[in-house]
Design a protein around this ligand. Structure first.
Ligand code: ADP
Ligand code: ADP
Length: 223
């Protein structure tokens, strides 16, 4: 069963008004468990709109959004929020870590919110940090970390509650090429072998080429 299915998704802004933009015009994709897919699009093509719809942060005007077999496009807000928390992890271009908390705490907190006991949450946080090569940074606050380390923590946080789907919007967009490479390699190490599916928007065609498949978003469609 696919982790994510988008079928004929349409989304526009200011429809029927001045300033109308039709961003998605029948966008479709199927993401199987374990698949890592690059989303490549020129700026303004609708990449963030697509990721927000796939991540149940926004609703399409038409079309289907299925997460793990459940049709979520027109589900209640309560069901969409529950599915987002249980099944989806997000990474953005900026890390959005909580500045007052350590790297480990930033990964512990979403697990506590999901009902994981503190000891297990701590152990998982430290294990994730070790797997991305920054165990020694666990007790540092985000401001004390490099940009690449901050993004590695953000990736660990996104995976803290073992989602089925990882959505990433330019996760290495703020990093220099060498750091970007290392963060991407760390992300792939965490994803591989877990069955997690990932849709990763990037302008970096070298990174895109290292994923299983590349989808281009153009004229509101994916191909
Ligand atoms: P990308 O992430 O590919 O740069 P976005 O999905 O952010 O593209 O935006 C796609 C298009 O939709 C752009 O033309 C943008 O200006 C427009 N847009 C995005 N959000 C809104 C909004 N809330 N209201 C009006 N237009 C929007
Ligand atoms: P961009 O990728 O365009 O820079 P942001 O990273 O600022 O966008 O986040 C896009 C929007 O999604 C923001 O309004 C943010 O608050 C919201 N958002 C991000 N993650 C979540 C989440 N897990 N649950 C609810 N809203 C979220």
């Amino acid at each position: 069963e696919p982790v994510l299915v988008l079928d004929g998704v349409e989304k526009g802004y200011n429809l029927g008004q001045p300033g109308e933009v039709r961003v998605l015009r029948g966008a479709s994709l199927t993401l199987a468990p374990g698949e890592v897919v690059a989303l490549v699009a020129p700026s303004g093509a609708g990449k963030s709109t697509l990721l927000h719809i796939a991540g149940l942060l926004d609703t399409p005007d038409a079309g289907t959004v299925r997460i793990a077999g459940q049709d979520m496009a027109r589900a209640s807000d309560r069901r969409r929020t529950a599915a987002r928390r249980a099944d989806i992890g997000f990474v953005y271009q900026f890390h959005h870590l909580l500045p007052e908390f350590t790297a480990a705490e930033n990964i512990v907190l979403p697990q506590l919110a999901a009902g994981t006991p503190r000891a297990a949450a701590e152990a998982r946080a430290r294990d994730l940090l070790a797997r991305v090569g920054i165990a020694a940074r666990a007790d540092h606050r985000p401001a004390a970390l490099s940009g690449g380390e901050q993004q590695r923590v953000a990736v660990c946080r996104a995976l803290a509650n073992t989602p089925r789907l990882l959505l990433a919007d330019e996760p290495t967009g703020n990093l220099d090429p060498a750091t970007s490479d290392r963060v991407f390699a760390a992300l792939m190490d965490l994803v591989r072998g877990t069955g997690l599916a990932a849709l990763i928007a990037t302008h970096n065609l070298d990174l895109a080429a290292r994923m299983d498949r590349v989808l281009h978003l153009q004229d509101g469609r994916l191909g």
